[in-house]
Design a protein around this ligand. Structure first.
Ligand code: HEM
Length: 205
């Protein structure tokens, strides 16, 4: 069976950076070449929101894949992928505030009343922000056991983000339903893994 070694980590990380950055380059190319269709603002909010959601799927898949295929080194890529979730979500919010709201802060409240799913997204984003600022090795060491407790909140993000997606769409519900179902399955896998780990007292990554 293929064994992941320390020398493989750098090429894997480079590949992950490329997978995350190429779609952004594509978006910039489409903006510059006027290829965003009839509603460019909607296009950019959709594109960056889906980027954040897909990166979240990837970050939640790393642990079960690493455990199943005994590729422990993969766990070291979780911070990198997690930070891309945060980066895409930040771009998504920036696009909403700048291109949709035109930074008219007085409109924010009426927008929230009109589209309450924004509050669900904002809660998910606040958690992501906390996870990003505590992701540094020094902070992790200083926080001790509390670090893992805080980072378990990613499971809440994994529920809030697809709910925000599902709630935001007006008609087509198949794709958001698939995401919501997929996230619930992923969460169940993670919870089962944790129960097994506790029962057999394996060490968690
Ligand atoms: C303060 C936080 C957030 C705000 C203000 C916000 C705002 C919005 C808005 C306004 C839309 C609807 C766009 C439209 O249909 O006109 C939307 C959709 C969406 N958001 Fe967010 N969002 C936030 C956080 C997040 C987070 C944390 C994620 C993912 C991790 C996310 C993922 C999505 C996705 C996937 C869609 C559906 C895109 C579409 O189909 O158009 N959002 N968001």
């Amino acid at each position: 069976m293929f064994r992941l070694q320390a020398r493989h980590l750098l090429p894997i990380k480079i590949a992950f950076h490329l997978v995350a950055l190429v779609p952004l380059a594509v978006l910039v190319w489409r903006v510059l070449n006027d290829q965003l269709g009839g509603d460019p603002v909607q296009y950019i909010i959709h594109y960056t929101g889906m980027g954040a959601l897909n990166a979240l799927v990837a970050v939640l898949l790393i642990s079960p894949l690493a455990k199943h295929f005994k590729l422990g080194l993969l766990m070291q890529t979780r911070r990198l992928v997690g930070l891309y979730v945060f980066a895409y979500a930040s771009l998504h919010i920036l696009a909403f505030l700048s291109l949709d709201l035109l930074f008219a802060w007085q409109l924010l409240l009426s927008e929230i009343v009109k589209r309450p799913y924004i509050l669900v997204g904002a809660t998910a984003y606040l958690i992501l922000l906390l996870l990003a600022i505590t992701s540094f090795a020094k902070v992790k060491r200083a926080m001790g056991r509390r670090w893992q407790q805080l980072h378990n909140w990613v499971y809440l993000v994994a529920l809030l983000a697809p709910i925000h997606f599902y709630w935001s769409v007006k008609s087509e519900v198949i794709e958001p339903s698939l995401y919501l179902g997929g996230f619930v399955i992923l969460l169940m896998i993670r919870v089962n893994l944790r129960l097994l780990q506790r029962r057999f007292s394996f060490r968690t990554g």
